[in-house]
Write a new protein. Structure first.
Length: 289
């Protein structure tokens, strides 16, 4: 059985500190929209590091070596290619599934981009197509590296600390339980309308479905590398490209249902990749036979 003392300390710190930060922006509701958004982004970004901080504190308080968090470990390099480029592909597939199920329609004229450019000076040097290409390139190539700095806080906690501590329960139980916990951790943000606007209660359950699906993939990366860096890069990529398909879709549809990797339609390519991992016997990673 897992050692309950470090687990309790980790979960207590992770949830208490992060939930305070998730709820903190509510105290600034009276501010102008730009200031409120700036405070929210800052508070939520800081919250992402609370599981990492909790992992460090729980590790030290329990007398475990800091090296047990494997920050100096990278593992096989091929998994970093999966971490970097898998989720842009799955995000594009989420957009295609959204169109296939008629949740939204394609926008070949990039109307959303054109409306944004209309507010700029007429001599703006980039066309809508060039803006889309630039944004896609930055989202896939550069943004995952920047986002990884924040995502490492979560991955150090959820994959670097929690998952290994739960492995005595069995690999699948550890993967599912750690990712259900990860989903619940987001609850205060979801209730405020993030990720699933219009679904403050159901959105929490929808987030758990998403974190379990995507968390299986992140856990697969961790278990193959024994390093928090691979899932951190993947997590950074998810945050960079989760809404990539929205540029190619006409606005006005329910983004909780389709368009993004987090949406219900996004679950389909995620589940498809998890199924592929199972069918090709890449999961479970550790075997008794």
């Amino acid at each position: 059985m897992p050692n309950r003392k470090p687990l309790s300390l980790f979960l207590g710190i992770s949830f208490t500190t992060a939930w305070i930060l998730f709820l903190a922006p509510l105290a600034f509701k009276g501010f102008d929209a730009q200031t409120y958004q700036f405070i929210t982004i800052g508070s939520f970004s800081l919250a992402m590091w609370m599981p990492g901080l909790a992992a460090i504190i729980a590790t030290k308080a329990s007398g475990m070596p800091f090296s047990s968090l494997n920050l100096k470990t990278l593992g096989p390099k091929r998994y970093y290619l999966w971490a970097w480029f898998l989720f842009p592909i799955l995000s594009i597939l989420a957009g295609l599934v959204t169109v296939l199920f008629r949740v939204a329609e394609l926008d070949p004229n990039f109307m959303l981009i054109r409306e944004s450019l209309a507010a700029l000076p007429k001599d703006f040097p980039l066309s809508p197509g060039m803006v889309v290409a630039l944004q896609v390139g930055v989202s896939i190539i550069l943004a995952p590296l920047f986002n990884m700095l924040f995502a490492l806080g979560e991955e150090l906690g959820w994959r670097g600390f929690l998952l290994p501590k739960l492995l005595p329960l069995g690999e699948w139980k550890a993967i599912i339980l750690s990712n259900v916990i990860w989903g619940l951790w987001h609850a205060p943000a979801i209730v405020q309308g993030h990720n699933y606007p219009g679904y403050p209660v159901w959105g929490v359950l929808m987030m758990i479905v998403f974190t379990v699906l995507v968390g299986i993939i992140l856990s697969w990366l961790y278990l193959n590398t024994r390093s928090p860096w691979a899932p951190a890069l993947a997590h950074g990529s998810i945050n960079a490209v989760a809404s990539l398909s929205l540029m190619f879709l006409l606005p006005g549809f329910d983004v909780a249902i389709g368009g993004t990797l987090v949406s219900v339609m996004g679950w389909i390519p995620l589940a498809g990749f998890v199924l592929w991992l199972l069918l090709t016997r890449r999961l479970p990673v550790t075997r008794t036979s």
